[in-house]
Structure formats: C-alpha cells, structure tokens
Design a protein around this ligand. Sequence first.
Ligand code: SF4
Length: 112
Amino acid sequence: MAKAVLIMDFPESCSKCKFLYEFQGIKKCQLMNVLNNGASKLSQSTFTQKRHDLCPLRGLPGKKESDSFLIEAVKNDCFDGTDSDTAYFNGKDAGWNACLDEILKDGGMRKE
Ligand code: SF4
C-alpha cells in the first residue's frame, strides 16, 4: 500500500506529544492505539522523560551540506575524480535538500 507522511514537531517525550491522552488515569498514545489495535499504554514512570520505545514517529533526516555526498563518495572510494562525477554527487546534495524543502513547505506534497 502507498505510504503517507504526517509532518509535526518531533516531541522529546510522550508528555510533549499531541497523541498523548489519558484514560482512567493511565497515560496512553492515540497513535499506538490505532496502529497496534489498542496496545497503547505508555510507561507511567518515563513518559515525561522520553518517547516510548515502540513510538511510531520517525525523525526526518537533516539537510546535507554541499559536498556531503561527494565527501562520502571519496571516503568510500566511489569517486572517479571527473567533473561529471563531481556534478553527479553535488546534484545528490541538491536533490536531497529539495526533497526535504518540498516535504516541509506549507502545503508541501499535499494532493488536493
Ligand atoms: S509513543 Fe510517540 S506518538 Fe505516542 S505519545 Fe509517545 S511520542 Fe507521541
């Protein structure tokens, strides 16, 4: 099935997350509730300190500095030293960052 991405601030802990809720005095996660058929109880002692070990949220990777892929290619002995190889790896930096820009812009990737 096709996958979807929800863009939201990445909480440091469950206590700072929009998916936290409380039921009969027990802290739970709405997202885990939906994804895990009701298994959503959070650690009552650590929910203010960290995200649950099975938290389904994934952090976005950061933007690449220019030459990041080129430096990596040199390290891994995958760079042939030509101008076209330089352009190829610099293009990967640009493409990576353009993808992140598209995901993070207001209304980004939204299909109306
Ligand atoms: S497990 Fe993840 S999604 Fe659920 S409340 Fe904690 S931080 Fe939020």
